[in-house]
Design a protein around this ligand. Structure first.
Ligand SMILES: Cc1ncc(COP(=O)(O)O)c(C=O)c1O
Length: 476
Protein backbone atom coordinates (compact mmCIF):
# COMPACT_ATOMS: atom_id res chain seq x y z
CA UNK A 1 0.00 0.00 0.00
CA UNK A 2 1.27 3.48 -0.84
CA UNK A 3 1.97 5.97 1.92
CA UNK A 4 -1.06 8.14 2.45
CA UNK A 5 -0.19 11.79 2.13
CA UNK A 6 -3.06 13.92 3.42
CA UNK A 7 -4.15 16.45 0.83
CA UNK A 8 -3.98 19.22 3.39
CA UNK A 9 -0.21 19.09 3.22
CA UNK A 10 -0.26 20.19 -0.39
CA UNK A 11 -0.42 23.91 -0.81
CA UNK A 12 -3.84 24.92 -2.08
CA UNK A 13 -3.10 28.53 -2.84
CA UNK A 14 -6.13 28.95 -5.06
CA UNK A 15 -8.44 28.99 -2.07
CA UNK A 16 -8.99 32.26 -0.24
CA UNK A 17 -9.04 30.44 3.09
CA UNK A 18 -7.09 27.23 3.45
CA UNK A 19 -7.73 24.42 5.86
CA UNK A 20 -4.21 25.01 7.10
CA UNK A 21 -1.48 27.48 6.43
CA UNK A 22 1.57 25.52 7.49
CA UNK A 23 3.95 27.65 5.43
CA UNK A 24 3.01 30.80 7.33
CA UNK A 25 2.73 28.95 10.62
CA UNK A 26 6.32 27.73 10.39
CA UNK A 27 7.80 30.79 8.67
CA UNK A 28 10.04 31.66 11.64
CA UNK A 29 12.19 28.56 11.27
CA UNK A 30 15.50 30.40 11.09
CA UNK A 31 15.30 31.32 14.77
CA UNK A 32 14.68 27.69 15.66
CA UNK A 33 17.55 26.54 13.38
CA UNK A 34 19.96 28.46 15.58
CA UNK A 35 18.80 26.48 18.63
CA UNK A 36 19.01 23.22 16.71
CA UNK A 37 22.58 24.05 15.71
CA UNK A 38 23.49 24.08 19.40
CA UNK A 39 21.96 20.62 19.88
CA UNK A 40 23.95 19.26 16.94
CA UNK A 41 27.16 20.81 18.24
CA UNK A 42 26.55 19.23 21.64
CA UNK A 43 25.67 15.85 20.08
CA UNK A 44 22.63 15.74 22.35
CA UNK A 45 20.27 13.83 20.05
CA UNK A 46 18.07 11.62 22.22
CA UNK A 47 16.24 12.91 25.28
CA UNK A 48 18.90 15.14 26.93
CA UNK A 49 18.89 18.77 27.91
CA UNK A 50 16.21 20.06 25.56
CA UNK A 51 13.75 17.29 26.43
CA UNK A 52 14.30 17.89 30.14
CA UNK A 53 13.69 21.57 29.61
CA UNK A 54 10.51 20.75 27.69
CA UNK A 55 9.17 18.49 30.43
CA UNK A 56 9.78 21.08 33.15
CA UNK A 57 8.18 23.89 31.18
CA UNK A 58 5.15 21.88 30.15
CA UNK A 59 4.61 20.58 33.66
CA UNK A 60 4.32 24.20 34.71
CA UNK A 61 2.05 25.06 31.79
CA UNK A 62 -0.36 22.17 32.36
CA UNK A 63 -0.28 22.43 36.15
CA UNK A 64 1.08 18.89 36.47
CA UNK A 65 3.70 17.57 38.84
CA UNK A 66 5.17 15.48 36.00
CA UNK A 67 5.25 15.65 32.25
CA UNK A 68 6.56 12.68 30.30
CA UNK A 69 7.23 13.53 26.68
CA UNK A 70 6.67 10.82 24.07
CA UNK A 71 6.74 10.29 20.30
CA UNK A 72 3.19 11.48 19.57
CA UNK A 73 -0.30 11.95 21.05
CA UNK A 74 -1.32 8.38 20.21
CA UNK A 75 1.61 6.94 22.16
CA UNK A 76 0.71 9.26 25.03
CA UNK A 77 -2.66 7.46 25.21
CA UNK A 78 -1.28 3.98 24.57
CA UNK A 79 1.54 4.24 27.12
CA UNK A 80 -0.86 5.68 29.71
CA UNK A 81 -3.06 2.60 29.32
CA UNK A 82 0.02 0.40 29.67
CA UNK A 83 1.20 2.32 32.73
CA UNK A 84 -2.21 1.74 34.31
CA UNK A 85 -1.99 -2.00 33.49
CA UNK A 86 -5.04 -1.84 31.25
CA UNK A 87 -5.10 -4.48 28.53
CA UNK A 88 -6.51 -7.91 27.78
CA UNK A 89 -10.09 -8.55 29.03
CA UNK A 90 -10.47 -4.92 30.11
CA UNK A 91 -12.96 -2.41 28.78
CA UNK A 92 -12.41 1.31 28.34
CA UNK A 93 -15.30 3.72 27.87
CA UNK A 94 -14.88 6.40 25.23
CA UNK A 95 -16.67 8.12 22.34
CA UNK A 96 -16.81 7.20 18.66
CA UNK A 97 -16.72 10.85 17.55
CA UNK A 98 -13.02 11.51 17.86
CA UNK A 99 -9.83 11.01 15.91
CA UNK A 100 -9.23 7.33 15.18
CA UNK A 101 -6.25 7.09 17.49
CA UNK A 102 -8.24 7.54 20.72
CA UNK A 103 -9.87 4.21 20.03
CA UNK A 104 -6.81 2.77 18.29
CA UNK A 105 -4.76 3.22 21.45
CA UNK A 106 -7.29 1.20 23.48
CA UNK A 107 -7.33 -1.62 20.94
CA UNK A 108 -3.55 -1.75 20.50
CA UNK A 109 -3.16 -1.87 24.29
CA UNK A 110 -5.23 -5.07 24.07
CA UNK A 111 -8.43 -3.71 25.68
CA UNK A 112 -11.94 -3.26 24.29
CA UNK A 113 -13.37 0.19 23.57
CA UNK A 114 -16.98 0.66 24.67
CA UNK A 115 -18.67 3.57 22.96
CA UNK A 116 -20.86 6.11 24.67
CA UNK A 117 -22.75 8.70 22.67
CA UNK A 118 -21.91 12.40 22.62
CA UNK A 119 -23.86 15.47 23.66
CA UNK A 120 -24.80 18.43 21.53
CA UNK A 121 -21.42 19.88 22.44
CA UNK A 122 -19.75 16.81 20.85
CA UNK A 123 -18.26 15.70 24.17
CA UNK A 124 -19.14 12.48 26.02
CA UNK A 125 -22.70 12.39 27.36
CA UNK A 126 -21.99 11.78 31.04
CA UNK A 127 -25.58 10.65 31.65
CA UNK A 128 -24.92 7.61 29.47
CA UNK A 129 -21.65 6.51 31.08
CA UNK A 130 -23.15 4.48 33.94
CA UNK A 131 -25.12 2.17 31.67
CA UNK A 132 -21.92 1.33 29.76
CA UNK A 133 -20.03 0.23 32.88
CA UNK A 134 -19.54 -3.52 33.33
CA UNK A 135 -17.39 -5.67 35.59
CA UNK A 136 -14.65 -5.40 33.00
CA UNK A 137 -14.58 -1.61 32.81
CA UNK A 138 -11.25 -0.24 33.96
CA UNK A 139 -11.19 3.32 32.70
CA UNK A 140 -13.02 6.22 31.11
CA UNK A 141 -11.24 7.99 28.29
CA UNK A 142 -13.07 11.29 27.75
CA UNK A 143 -12.00 13.31 24.71
CA UNK A 144 -12.02 17.08 25.17
CA UNK A 145 -13.21 17.60 21.64
CA UNK A 146 -12.26 20.70 19.67
CA UNK A 147 -10.69 22.39 22.68
CA UNK A 148 -13.72 22.16 24.97
CA UNK A 149 -13.34 20.35 28.30
CA UNK A 150 -15.81 17.57 29.12
CA UNK A 151 -17.94 17.65 32.28
CA UNK A 152 -14.95 16.62 34.35
CA UNK A 153 -16.43 16.92 37.83
CA UNK A 154 -19.23 14.50 36.93
CA UNK A 155 -16.81 12.11 35.25
CA UNK A 156 -14.62 12.20 38.34
CA UNK A 157 -17.60 11.37 40.58
CA UNK A 158 -18.56 8.37 38.42
CA UNK A 159 -14.95 7.18 38.24
CA UNK A 160 -14.60 7.37 42.00
CA UNK A 161 -17.83 5.47 42.62
CA UNK A 162 -16.93 2.63 40.23
CA UNK A 163 -13.20 2.69 40.92
CA UNK A 164 -12.26 3.60 37.36
CA UNK A 165 -9.19 5.38 36.03
CA UNK A 166 -9.54 8.56 33.98
CA UNK A 167 -7.34 8.98 30.92
CA UNK A 168 -8.16 12.34 29.43
CA UNK A 169 -7.50 12.73 25.72
CA UNK A 170 -6.58 16.40 25.78
CA UNK A 171 -4.80 16.29 22.42
CA UNK A 172 -6.83 19.28 21.21
CA UNK A 173 -7.09 21.12 24.49
CA UNK A 174 -3.84 22.65 25.65
CA UNK A 175 -4.40 25.78 27.77
CA UNK A 176 -8.08 25.12 28.55
CA UNK A 177 -9.57 25.04 32.06
CA UNK A 178 -12.54 23.44 33.79
CA UNK A 179 -14.00 25.65 36.54
CA UNK A 180 -10.72 27.56 36.60
CA UNK A 181 -8.78 24.38 37.27
CA UNK A 182 -6.18 22.63 35.17
CA UNK A 183 -7.55 19.49 33.50
CA UNK A 184 -4.88 17.26 35.00
CA UNK A 185 -6.35 17.77 38.47
CA UNK A 186 -9.43 15.75 37.47
CA UNK A 187 -7.87 12.48 36.42
CA UNK A 188 -5.01 10.07 36.53
CA UNK A 189 -3.41 11.24 33.30
CA UNK A 190 -3.98 13.87 30.65
CA UNK A 191 -2.50 13.31 27.19
CA UNK A 192 -1.52 15.87 24.57
CA UNK A 193 -0.53 15.89 20.89
CA UNK A 194 1.74 18.46 19.23
CA UNK A 195 0.95 17.42 15.65
CA UNK A 196 1.51 20.32 13.18
CA UNK A 197 -2.22 21.07 13.04
CA UNK A 198 -2.74 21.23 16.80
CA UNK A 199 -2.85 24.51 18.75
CA UNK A 200 0.62 23.77 20.04
CA UNK A 201 2.29 22.71 16.84
CA UNK A 202 5.75 21.38 16.08
CA UNK A 203 7.52 20.26 12.91
CA UNK A 204 6.29 16.70 12.99
CA UNK A 205 5.11 14.25 15.62
CA UNK A 206 5.32 14.75 19.34
CA UNK A 207 3.18 14.32 22.42
CA UNK A 208 3.24 14.12 26.19
CA UNK A 209 1.48 12.80 29.25
CA UNK A 210 0.78 15.05 32.23
CA UNK A 211 0.14 13.50 35.62
CA UNK A 212 0.33 14.25 39.33
CA UNK A 213 1.02 10.63 40.21
CA UNK A 214 4.73 9.89 40.77
CA UNK A 215 4.34 6.12 40.46
CA UNK A 216 2.64 6.49 37.11
CA UNK A 217 5.21 9.02 35.94
CA UNK A 218 8.07 6.67 36.86
CA UNK A 219 6.43 3.85 34.91
CA UNK A 220 5.89 6.12 31.91
CA UNK A 221 9.57 7.19 31.90
CA UNK A 222 10.45 3.49 31.68
CA UNK A 223 7.80 2.61 29.11
CA UNK A 224 8.86 5.29 26.65
CA UNK A 225 12.55 4.32 26.74
CA UNK A 226 13.03 0.53 26.64
CA UNK A 227 12.52 0.23 30.39
CA UNK A 228 16.05 1.59 30.86
CA UNK A 229 17.05 2.89 34.28
CA UNK A 230 20.54 3.62 33.01
CA UNK A 231 22.56 2.77 29.92
CA UNK A 232 22.97 -0.94 30.74
CA UNK A 233 20.01 -1.86 32.94
CA UNK A 234 16.46 -2.42 31.83
CA UNK A 235 13.81 -2.81 34.50
CA UNK A 236 10.96 -3.83 32.17
CA UNK A 237 10.62 -4.71 28.48
CA UNK A 238 9.12 -1.64 26.88
CA UNK A 239 8.92 0.70 23.90
CA UNK A 240 10.88 3.39 22.17
CA UNK A 241 8.66 6.45 22.10
CA UNK A 242 10.87 9.39 23.00
CA UNK A 243 10.06 12.92 22.02
CA UNK A 244 12.61 13.72 19.35
CA UNK A 245 15.12 16.21 20.74
CA UNK A 246 14.86 18.43 17.66
CA UNK A 247 11.08 18.57 18.13
CA UNK A 248 11.60 19.43 21.80
CA UNK A 249 13.58 22.48 20.62
CA UNK A 250 10.67 23.50 18.39
CA UNK A 251 8.15 22.95 21.19
CA UNK A 252 10.20 25.00 23.69
CA UNK A 253 10.37 27.85 21.19
CA UNK A 254 6.62 27.66 20.51
CA UNK A 255 5.80 27.65 24.19
CA UNK A 256 7.91 30.70 24.86
CA UNK A 257 6.98 32.72 21.80
CA UNK A 258 3.68 31.51 20.37
CA UNK A 259 1.28 29.43 22.41
CA UNK A 260 -0.31 32.22 24.46
CA UNK A 261 -1.02 34.24 21.34
CA UNK A 262 -2.35 31.22 19.50
CA UNK A 263 -4.79 30.52 22.33
CA UNK A 264 -5.87 34.16 22.58
CA UNK A 265 -6.43 34.53 18.86
CA UNK A 266 -8.43 31.34 18.57
CA UNK A 267 -10.68 32.45 21.42
CA UNK A 268 -11.12 35.88 19.87
CA UNK A 269 -11.98 34.46 16.45
CA UNK A 270 -14.43 31.98 17.95
CA UNK A 271 -16.20 34.76 19.86
CA UNK A 272 -16.61 36.66 16.63
CA UNK A 273 -18.22 33.64 14.96
CA UNK A 274 -20.44 33.09 18.00
CA UNK A 275 -21.70 36.65 17.72
CA UNK A 276 -22.45 36.33 14.02
CA UNK A 277 -24.29 33.02 14.30
CA UNK A 278 -26.06 33.61 17.63
CA UNK A 279 -29.41 34.62 16.18
CA UNK A 280 -29.27 32.64 12.98
CA UNK A 281 -31.85 29.83 13.05
CA UNK A 282 -30.02 27.97 10.28
CA UNK A 283 -26.71 27.62 12.07
CA UNK A 284 -26.47 25.77 15.34
CA UNK A 285 -23.41 26.48 17.44
CA UNK A 286 -22.45 25.01 20.78
CA UNK A 287 -23.89 26.62 23.91
CA UNK A 288 -21.09 28.31 25.83
CA UNK A 289 -20.59 28.19 29.59
CA UNK A 290 -18.54 30.54 31.70
CA UNK A 291 -17.05 27.71 33.74
CA UNK A 292 -15.40 26.25 30.63
CA UNK A 293 -12.33 27.82 29.12
CA UNK A 294 -12.44 26.57 25.54
CA UNK A 295 -9.41 26.92 23.29
CA UNK A 296 -11.19 26.26 19.97
CA UNK A 297 -8.94 23.84 18.21
CA UNK A 298 -11.93 23.60 15.86
CA UNK A 299 -14.97 25.77 15.49
CA UNK A 300 -18.16 23.83 14.79
CA UNK A 301 -21.21 24.82 13.00
CA UNK A 302 -24.08 22.42 12.75
CA UNK A 303 -26.14 22.97 9.62
CA UNK A 304 -28.66 21.20 7.50
CA UNK A 305 -27.15 20.10 4.19
CA UNK A 306 -23.68 19.99 5.65
CA UNK A 307 -22.07 18.30 2.65
CA UNK A 308 -23.61 20.71 0.18
CA UNK A 309 -22.44 23.66 2.28
CA UNK A 310 -18.94 22.22 2.32
CA UNK A 311 -18.90 21.89 -1.48
CA UNK A 312 -20.31 25.36 -1.83
CA UNK A 313 -17.68 26.86 0.47
CA UNK A 314 -14.87 25.15 -1.41
CA UNK A 315 -16.25 26.44 -4.71
CA UNK A 316 -16.21 29.90 -3.15
CA UNK A 317 -12.60 29.67 -2.04
CA UNK A 318 -13.13 28.55 1.54
CA UNK A 319 -11.70 25.19 2.56
CA UNK A 320 -13.95 23.58 5.18
CA UNK A 321 -13.60 20.09 6.59
CA UNK A 322 -15.79 17.61 8.38
CA UNK A 323 -14.21 16.12 11.50
CA UNK A 324 -14.87 13.31 10.85
CA UNK A 325 -17.27 12.10 8.16
CA UNK A 326 -17.19 8.46 9.36
CA UNK A 327 -17.46 8.00 13.12
CA UNK A 328 -15.32 5.25 14.59
CA UNK A 329 -18.09 2.76 15.37
CA UNK A 330 -18.88 2.75 11.63
CA UNK A 331 -15.26 2.28 10.49
CA UNK A 332 -14.36 -1.06 8.87
CA UNK A 333 -11.84 -1.58 11.69
CA UNK A 334 -14.66 -1.49 14.27
CA UNK A 335 -16.82 -4.19 12.66
CA UNK A 336 -15.83 -6.76 15.27
CA UNK A 337 -17.07 -4.46 18.06
CA UNK A 338 -20.68 -4.53 16.86
CA UNK A 339 -22.09 -5.93 20.08
CA UNK A 340 -20.46 -3.13 22.03
CA UNK A 341 -21.99 -0.30 20.06
CA UNK A 342 -24.36 1.76 22.12
CA UNK A 343 -24.71 4.65 19.74
CA UNK A 344 -27.97 6.20 18.60
CA UNK A 345 -26.59 7.39 15.27
CA UNK A 346 -28.69 10.38 16.03
CA UNK A 347 -29.16 13.04 13.40
CA UNK A 348 -27.36 15.63 15.40
CA UNK A 349 -24.12 13.70 15.32
CA UNK A 350 -24.19 12.92 11.66
CA UNK A 351 -25.09 16.34 10.47
CA UNK A 352 -22.23 17.98 12.28
CA UNK A 353 -20.12 20.28 10.22
CA UNK A 354 -16.79 21.57 11.28
CA UNK A 355 -14.53 24.28 10.15
CA UNK A 356 -10.97 24.54 11.36
CA UNK A 357 -10.38 27.88 12.95
CA UNK A 358 -6.70 28.68 12.77
CA UNK A 359 -5.25 31.45 14.83
CA UNK A 360 -3.69 32.89 11.69
CA UNK A 361 -7.01 33.81 10.18
CA UNK A 362 -7.67 37.50 10.09
CA UNK A 363 -10.96 39.36 10.23
CA UNK A 364 -11.15 39.59 6.46
CA UNK A 365 -10.87 35.80 6.15
CA UNK A 366 -13.45 35.17 8.83
CA UNK A 367 -15.70 37.63 7.02
CA UNK A 368 -15.19 35.71 3.77
CA UNK A 369 -16.30 32.51 5.48
CA UNK A 370 -19.38 34.13 6.97
CA UNK A 371 -20.32 35.74 3.64
CA UNK A 372 -19.89 32.49 1.71
CA UNK A 373 -22.10 30.65 4.17
CA UNK A 374 -24.77 33.34 3.97
CA UNK A 375 -24.74 33.12 0.16
CA UNK A 376 -25.23 29.40 0.52
CA UNK A 377 -28.40 30.05 2.51
CA UNK A 378 -29.74 32.05 -0.42
CA UNK A 379 -28.75 29.26 -2.77
CA UNK A 380 -30.61 26.82 -0.56
CA UNK A 381 -33.81 28.78 -1.01
CA UNK A 382 -33.38 28.35 -4.76
CA UNK A 383 -32.62 24.67 -4.18
CA UNK A 384 -35.81 24.11 -2.27
CA UNK A 385 -37.79 25.82 -5.03
CA UNK A 386 -36.08 23.51 -7.53
CA UNK A 387 -36.84 20.49 -5.36
CA UNK A 388 -40.50 21.49 -5.15
CA UNK A 389 -40.51 21.82 -8.93
CA UNK A 390 -39.16 18.27 -9.38
CA UNK A 391 -41.79 16.98 -6.99
CA UNK A 392 -44.47 18.79 -8.96
CA UNK A 393 -43.22 17.41 -12.31
CA UNK A 394 -43.12 13.88 -10.88
CA UNK A 395 -46.68 14.32 -9.68
CA UNK A 396 -47.78 15.44 -13.13
CA UNK A 397 -46.24 12.30 -14.69
CA UNK A 398 -47.98 10.12 -12.11
CA UNK A 399 -51.35 11.70 -12.88
CA UNK A 400 -50.73 11.28 -16.62
CA UNK A 401 -49.82 7.64 -16.01
CA UNK A 402 -52.95 7.05 -13.94
CA UNK A 403 -55.21 8.53 -16.61
CA UNK A 404 -53.70 6.17 -19.27
CA UNK A 405 -54.17 3.29 -16.88
CA UNK A 406 -57.82 4.16 -16.17
CA UNK A 407 -58.51 4.41 -19.93
CA UNK A 408 -56.94 0.97 -20.37
CA UNK A 409 -59.28 -0.42 -17.70
CA UNK A 410 -62.31 0.70 -19.75
CA UNK A 411 -61.13 -1.56 -22.59
CA UNK A 412 -60.63 -4.40 -20.14
CA UNK A 413 -59.13 -6.76 -22.72
CA UNK A 414 -55.41 -7.24 -22.39
CA UNK A 415 -55.12 -8.66 -25.92
CA UNK A 416 -56.54 -5.57 -27.54
CA UNK A 417 -53.62 -3.60 -29.14
CA UNK A 418 -55.19 -0.33 -27.90
CA UNK A 419 -55.08 -1.70 -24.32
CA UNK A 420 -51.40 -2.59 -24.71
CA UNK A 421 -50.65 0.87 -26.09
CA UNK A 422 -52.36 2.58 -23.14
CA UNK A 423 -50.55 0.41 -20.59
CA UNK A 424 -47.20 1.17 -22.34
CA UNK A 425 -48.00 4.89 -22.19
CA UNK A 426 -48.93 4.57 -18.47
CA UNK A 427 -45.58 2.89 -17.78
CA UNK A 428 -43.71 5.39 -19.90
CA UNK A 429 -45.14 8.33 -17.90
CA UNK A 430 -44.52 6.61 -14.60
CA UNK A 431 -40.91 5.89 -15.54
CA UNK A 432 -40.39 9.62 -16.18
CA UNK A 433 -41.44 10.33 -12.57
CA UNK A 434 -38.63 8.17 -11.14
CA UNK A 435 -35.66 10.49 -11.94
CA UNK A 436 -37.74 13.49 -10.79
CA UNK A 437 -38.22 11.93 -7.34
CA UNK A 438 -34.51 11.11 -7.19
CA UNK A 439 -33.59 14.70 -8.06
CA UNK A 440 -36.04 15.92 -5.44
CA UNK A 441 -34.27 13.94 -2.71
CA UNK A 442 -30.84 15.01 -3.91
CA UNK A 443 -31.81 18.64 -3.37
CA UNK A 444 -33.85 17.90 -0.30
CA UNK A 445 -32.36 14.85 1.45
CA UNK A 446 -34.10 15.56 4.74
CA UNK A 447 -37.43 14.97 3.05
CA UNK A 448 -36.42 11.74 1.32
CA UNK A 449 -39.01 9.85 3.36
CA UNK A 450 -41.73 11.68 1.39
CA UNK A 451 -40.85 9.99 -1.86
CA UNK A 452 -39.35 6.68 -0.75
CA UNK A 453 -42.69 4.86 -0.79
CA UNK A 454 -43.63 6.48 -4.12
CA UNK A 455 -40.35 5.32 -5.60
CA UNK A 456 -40.85 1.85 -4.19
CA UNK A 457 -44.39 1.47 -5.57
CA UNK A 458 -43.37 3.06 -8.89
CA UNK A 459 -40.44 0.70 -9.44
CA UNK A 460 -42.61 -2.25 -8.45
CA UNK A 461 -45.30 -1.27 -11.02
CA UNK A 462 -42.59 -0.93 -13.67
CA UNK A 463 -41.04 -4.36 -12.94
CA UNK A 464 -37.84 -2.51 -11.96
CA UNK A 465 -37.91 -3.36 -8.28
CA UNK A 466 -34.33 -4.64 -8.33
CA UNK A 467 -33.17 -1.02 -8.71
CA UNK A 468 -34.78 0.02 -5.43
CA UNK A 469 -32.00 -1.01 -3.07
CA UNK A 470 -29.39 0.90 -5.07
CA UNK A 471 -31.51 4.03 -5.27
CA UNK A 472 -32.44 3.78 -1.58
CA UNK A 473 -28.80 3.54 -0.51
CA UNK A 474 -27.91 6.48 -2.74
CA UNK A 475 -30.56 8.84 -1.43
CA UNK A 476 -31.09 7.81 2.17
C1 LIG B 1 -8.57 13.74 19.86
C2 LIG B 1 -7.22 13.23 19.39
N1 LIG B 1 -6.70 12.15 20.00
C3 LIG B 1 -5.48 11.68 19.63
C4 LIG B 1 -4.74 12.29 18.64
C5 LIG B 1 -3.43 11.67 18.24
O1 LIG B 1 -2.36 12.51 18.27
P1 LIG B 1 -1.10 12.25 17.32
O2 LIG B 1 -1.51 12.55 15.93
O3 LIG B 1 -0.05 13.18 17.85
O4 LIG B 1 -0.70 10.81 17.49
C6 LIG B 1 -5.27 13.42 17.99
C7 LIG B 1 -4.54 14.15 16.94
O5 LIG B 1 -4.19 13.80 15.92
C8 LIG B 1 -6.54 13.89 18.36
O6 LIG B 1 -7.09 14.95 17.76
Amino acid sequence: MKNYLPKQYKKTTKLKINHNYLFEQFADYSKIFKEIEKVVKRGDYTLGQKVNEFEKKFAKRTGAKFVISVGNGTDALFLSLKALNIGKDDEVITVPYTFISTVGSIVTAGAKPVFVDINEDYNIDVKKIKSAITKKTKAIMPVHWAGRPCELDKIKTIAKKYNLKIIQDASQTIDSRFKNKQLVSFGDVCTYSMHPLKNLNIWGDGGFVATNNKKLADKLYLLRNHGLIDRNNSKIFAYNSRLDTIQAVVANYKLKNKLSNITKKRIKNAHLFDKVFRNNPNVKTVKRFRYLKEVYHLYHINVKKRDQLQQYLIKNGVDAKVHYPIPIHLQPAAKYLKSLQKINNDENNHKLALFILQEGRNKQQLGDFIAARAKFEKALEVDSQMAATYYFIADTYVQESESYYQKAQTINNDEDPEYEKLIDSAKNSLSKAIPMWIRYTELNPNQAWMVIHLLKDGLFALDRYSEFEDIFLRIS
